[in-house]
Write a protein that binds this ligand. Sequence first.
Ligand SMILES: C[S@@+](CC[C@H](N)C(=O)[O-])C[C@H]1O[C@@H](n2cnc3c(N)ncnc32)[C@H](O)[C@@H]1O
Length: 290
Amino acid sequence: MGSLFSKSATLRKNVRISDEEFVQLRDFIYEKSGIFVDAKRKYLFESRFSKRLGELRLTSFAEYITYLKCDRGEELKQLFELVTTNETSFCRDMKQLEAFRDNVLREKLDEQRKAGRLELNIWSAGCSSGEEPYTLAILLLEMLRMEISRWKITITAVDLSSRMIERAKAGVYGEYAFKTTPDAIRRRYFTQVAEGWKIRPEVQRLVQFRQMNLNDPLATKRIPRSQIVFCRNVIIYFDETMKRRVVQYFYDNLLPGGYLMVGHSESLHKISQTFKPLFYAGAIAYKKEE
Ligand SMILES: C[S@@+](CC[C@H](N)C(=O)[O-])C[C@H]1O[C@@H](n2cnc3c(N)ncnc32)[C@H](O)[C@@H]1O
C-alpha cells in the first residue's frame, strides 16, 4: 500500500501551457536572460516547470507568470535554474583546446614575458559547474610548470545559475565530469574523496567564480579586462540580437590583441565583423586587432 501511494504521488501530470502563456513566459525569460526558447520546444516548459508550479501550489502557467512578475528576485533565480542547460565536462573538445594552447595561449604568454608583465586574465563566460575554467587553469599549470609561481593569473568564471556556481566553488566532481578527460590529468589535479574527485588547491586558486547574467551590461563591465575570453556552447541559446550584444561586451572587455574562443560548432559569421578569425586545425580563434 505504502509504496503504491508514494508512486502515485510522484507521478505528477504535466501542467499544460497554452500558446499565449508560452509566448508570455518565453518573452519574460528572454527579457531577463537573453535565452530564447523556440516554439518547437514548448513541451520543454511543461516538463521542466510542472514540478515548480506544484511546489508553489499553482495550477496554471497564467498564475505562474503573474507570480513571476510580482516576485522580487527569488523566483527569478529558480527560473534561471529551470531554463539553463548546464552540460559540460573537463577537457571538453580536446582538439580545440590543444589548438588554443599551442597558438593563442603560447602567443599571449610570450607576449607578456617580452613585456615583462607576468599577468594573464581570462574570462570564462557561461562556465556552468566549473569544468571549463578549471581545465584552462590545468592547461596553464601544465605549460608554465615551476614558472607559474611568478605569474599573476586570474580566470574569472561566471554563470547565470547560482546552483552551478556553488558546485563550481565546491569543486567536487563525479565520474560524468571526466568523460572527456585523460586519466593522467585526473590523477595529477584531483584528490579522491568520499563524494567523488576534489580539484586540487593549486588549480582552484587560479579561478574566481561569481554568479552573473551576461544580459547585464553593468555586470559585464565589472569583469577585469582580459587577454582571452572563453564563451563556449552558450550563445547557441541566444537569438541574433542577444548574440550580437554579448559578443560586443566581450569585444569591449578584451585588451587589444585579445582572443575570443567560442564553441567548436559556433561561429561569429553574421554576428560580428569586428574580430579577425584565425583558422587552426581543430579551432577558430577570434582576434581583436591591435
Ligand atoms: C551548455 S553550458 C556550457 C558550459 C561550458 N562553457 C562548456 O562549454 O562546457 C551553458 C551555460 O551557459 C549559461 N548561461 C546561459 N545563459 C546565460 C546568461 N544569460 N548569463 C550567464 N550564463 C548563461 C548556463 O547557465 C549554462 O551553464
